[in-house]
Write a protein that binds this ligand. Structure first.
Ligand code: UFG
Length: 350
């Protein structure tokens, strides 16, 4: 039967338009906050998805949602640890077309206290994954990277050419993993490395949301204070910004997930290894975020102004033009949308 070959030459599309052969996407860390939203979005876009996760930070709830929402497209779950080469080999089977790689530790402060934990999981784990991909001849990876690869901004908004000088082990591990992926292009693995700014929000239908323990992020912490009546601690009110608090670029998790679907399409269309900032091109101060949260919640939230948190740059805002132009990405949600969905999740989450 006539057919054409696209992508890494292992995906076969018949003239009739039907896809046969290997079309499954492996999502590492697919039971975590961002990974589960992306797995859902991939299946909404018609992809078959398999999840690899250790469940150390990911949740059974997220897996239940993926299986319940898409019983035909959710192709199963492999429980394993990326640091164990045999575990990831069990997941990277020959029917996998591409990998979307989230599995990692991502707490900046913890990475300062325990760098080894970060280098082992985020760097050696990625090496194990790439080795398994090379052996199974899986030729595409979309990678969850971070604005922390840039370090202290030299100019803002930050574009992809900005110097990369991470100031904490977390950012360093992601930059090293990016570099390793770049070197694998010559060995048949192309990568789209996506540098997230501040990810926020939850699924609009309330199925998934953020669950970190301990929680360090701004929006969930403000909403927790609203829910429990405990004071929210605002770190640093003497920065050189419009109201003295830090400016961050909050990108909605659903818009972020959409960028992964587009990055996969980019690689399928033959796109070269490249990196893309995922942010909104704009920023909000901590006080502005707090005000939006108070507005959404509809009542006062107890607030304590505290000293600066170590390692927080004053301003981190993305220049996202490259993702718009090359991937055709267009973030749609407002900060208020993200906060409203996060608040809905906070009140109903299991
Ligand atoms: N903040 C508070 N109180 C809190 C939590 C945060 O005032 O309880 C402030 C922080 O000091 C900072 C802002 O809110 O000014 C945002 O802090 P987050 O912890 O929500 O996010 P970060 O900007 O520190 O970190 C994010 C990602 C990291 C990534 C980093 C890139 O969470 O994974 O951006 O620099 F590394």
């Amino acid at each position: 039967m006539p057919h054409i070959l696209v992508g890494n030459f292992r995906r076969v599309i018949l003239i009739s338009g039907d896809v046969v052969g290997v079309t499954m996407i492996l999502v590492t860390g697919g039971a975590g906050y961002i990974g589960s939203h992306c797995a859902l979005k991939l299946m909404e876009a018609g992809e078959d998805v398999k999840v690899f996760d250790s469940l150390e930070l990911g949740t059974q709830h997220a897996l239940d949602v993926l299986g319940r929402e898409f019983p035909d497209r959710f192709k199963g779950f492999v429980k394993g640890d990326l640091k164990e080469p045999e575990d990831i080999r069990r997941a990277v089977t020959e029917d996998v077309e591409a990998v979307v790689h989230f599995a990692a530790y991502s707490q900046v402060a913890e990475s300062m206290r325990n760098p080894r934990r970060y280098y082992e999981n985020n760097v050696i784990g990625t090496i194990n994954l790439l080795g398994a991909m090379a052996d199974a001849r899986v030729g595409m990876i979309v990678f969850s990277s971070t604005a922390a690869t840039y370090g202290e901004p030299v100019y803002t908004p930050i574009d992809e050419k900005h110097p990369k000088a991470p100031i904490n082990p977390y950012g360093a591990t992601k930059l090293i993993a990016e570099r390793i992926m770049q070197d694998y292009e010559k060995h048949g693995i192309r990568s789209a490395r996506l540098r997230y700014f501040n990810v926020a929000g939850a699924d609009p239908k309330g199925r998934l949301g953020e669950c970190h323990d301990p929680e360090t992020h701004l929006i969930p912490n403000v909403l927790k204070a609203a829910g429990t009546g405990k004071e929210f601690s605002m770190f640093g009110t003497d920065y050189d910004t419009r109201d003295g608090t830090c400016v961050r670029d909050y990108i909605d998790v659903n818009d972020l997930a959409e960028a992964h679907v587009l990055a996969l399409r980019y690689l399928r269309n033959g796109g070269r290894t490249d990196c893309f900032n995922l942010g909104t091109n704009g920023g909000s101060t901590v006080r502005e975020v707090f005000a939006v949260c108070r507005d959404v919640v509809g009542e006062d939230i107890p607030l304590k102004e505290c000293l600066r948190r170590e390692g927080d740059p004053a301003v981190l805002v993305a220049d996202n033009r490259k993702a718009r132009e090359v991937l055709g990405w267009e973030p749609k949600s407002t900060l208020r949308d993200s906060v409203a969905r996060a608040w809905a999740w906070e009140r109903t989450r299991p």
